[in-house]
Design a binder for this molecule. Structure first.
Ligand SMILES: Cc1cc2nc3c(=O)[nH]c(=O)nc-3n(C[C@H](O)[C@H](O)[C@H](O)COP(=O)(O)O)c2cc1C
Length: 308
């Protein structure tokens, strides 16, 4: 059974994953926190917490609120900063079999490019995930992801600064995801991650205050899945041949399989890790079982196999 997928076919370094299941940024720390819980080397890849040029303390508490079908989070990109990541985390990753992808977020186009240049030749880093879709920070993230022009500017600047494989993570909080996807691919992205969280609000009716310290937050979990699937389906139809990485509400192997059928080459597991950190391992073996039962010899036979 072949589960391996190539997520940067046009990049000279390439990015071949042993299987198509990875952890989503912000839900699996730097991987090191989970090393003792299960064999994380069996994952397809690990995407680390969103990283900025300077360390960030994040948003005021509370930062997570439950809601029907998911959670709302407003962490605010709390992270150690790119220099500490290079010094303290990358040397550990360099000894790992599982590829680690660094998720980067900037306040300006130049900051994205500067981080990409700093990370370019660091052993232990296999690719960059460009976050232009975080709904929880004031002057970064999603501002760049809501128009094709700004999304393309960030992508082109990162592309110029590094030869690493580059994925761009898009937001559903915009009218034209397909147009933005096209602009980003034309600017040099090797793959697209679809999608980041949907902006939402939860209110405590006793206090009449928002539950989150940041007031609004990003909706993740099962409620997001149909939206993410629809976007994967639409982008796959418009940009055939571009590797798509599905993200949104995947809790089980069956959820992941829906994404492959819709056109995703790989998937990311996010909120599920907060319930069961070993969820990605369970999902990998469930996908393998499904392929055997359905008599597929290769995951690639399933990708984009939606019947209409
Ligand atoms: C607590 C939390 C923190 C997150 N932090 C980041 C982040 O730093 N960068 C990013 O691109 N996405 C971040 N995300 C979004 C996830 O990576 C993922 O795209 C999203 O949650 C949808 O997938 P899910 O429904 O499987 O969680 C975060 C999500 C959660 C729940």
């Amino acid at each position: 059974m072949n589960l391996s997928v190539q997520l940067a076919p046009k990049n000279s370094r390439g990015l071949l994953l042993a299987n198509p299941v990875m952890t989503a940024s912000g839900t699996f720390g730097y991987g090191t926190e989970y090393d003792h819980l299960f064999d994380i080397q069996g994952l397809g890849a690990i995407v680390c917490k969103g990283t900025t040029l300077e360390p960030r303390a994040g948003n005021p508490l509370p930062r997570i609120a439950e809601c029907p079908g998911g959670i709302l989070n407003a962490i605010g990109l709390q992270n150690i900063g790119v220099e500490a990541l290079i010094k303290e985390k990358a040397p550990i990753w360099a000894g790992w079999q599982v590829p680690v992808i660094v998720n980067v977020a900037g306040n300006t186009v130049d900051q994205y490019a500067l981080m990409a240049a700093k990370l370019d030749q660091v052993p232990g880093i296999s690719g960059l995930e460009v976050n232009i879709s975080c709904p929880n920070v004031k002057c970064g993230g999603v501002e760049f992801g809501t128009t094709a022009v700004s999304a393309a500017q960030v992508t082109a600047a990162v592309r110029k600064a590094t030869s690493l494989p580059v994925w761009v993570k898009l937001t559903p909080n915009t009218a034209d995801v397909v147009g933005i996807a096209r602009a980003v691919v034309e600017s040099g992205a090797d793959a697209l991650v679809l999608i980041n969280t949907l902006k939402g609000l939860v209110i405590d009716i006793k206090t009449r205050r928002p539950v989150l310290g940041n007031i609004t937050g990003g909706l993740s979990g099962p409620a997001l899945k149909p939206v993410a699937l629809r976007i994967v389906y639409e982008v796959a139809a418009s940009l055939p041949g571009v590797p798509l990485i599905g993200s949104g509400g995947i809790l089980t192997a069956e959820d992941a399989i829906e994404f492959f059928i819709a056109g995703a080459t790989a998937v990311q597991i996010g909120t599920a890790n907060l319930i069961d950190p070993a969820a990605p391992a369970r999902i990998i073996s469930g996908i393998s079982d499904y392929l055997s039962t359905q008599v597929f010899g290769d995951i690639r036979e399933l990708i984009g196999s939606l019947k209409k």
